[in-house]
Design a protein around this ligand. Sequence first.
Ligand SMILES: [Zn+2]
Ligand SMILES: [Zn+2]
Length: 167
Amino acid sequence: MDNKLYCYRHPKTETALRCGNCERPICVRCVVQHPVGIRCPECARPTKIPIFDVTPVYYTRAVAVAVGIGAAAVIGLLLANALLTPLGPVAYYLRWLALVGVAYLMGSGVNLAVGRKRSRGLQWIAGVAVVVVFLAVAPTMGLSLNSLFGLLALGVAVYLAVMQLRI
Ligand SMILES: [Zn+2]
Ligand SMILES: [Zn+2]
């Protein structure tokens, strides 16, 4: 009886190796190192990692949550704005700080809503949502992008939302 194994891709090449997934014999030329053992080239082909596999359902959910958080944030920020006004000049910085906090919540909220999945699309949703919140509250809160501080603060806010969904 012939117990010898031959590579399924090179029928004349003897081998002692088998793919850890489909168990077909493979020769050293075909073997692919994989974190969980050796694989044949077919089984080693990259599959989509679930965390990056974001279906339209998740985008719908992300947008819904972003709109919800955004609406709550606008109301919250405008209420906070009224409370901060008596603080005088410091209030300006606290208002920006509040927006940065909202942006952080936006990133976390969207991330949670999609089961911690990540994608560029989700980053865009969170980033744009933060900008929309900013545009909605800026006139009332007196937040302006006419200073380096304002630009940096909005940049930090968007970054904090987006980086939680980074790939
Ligand atoms: Zn295989
Ligand atoms: Zn082979």
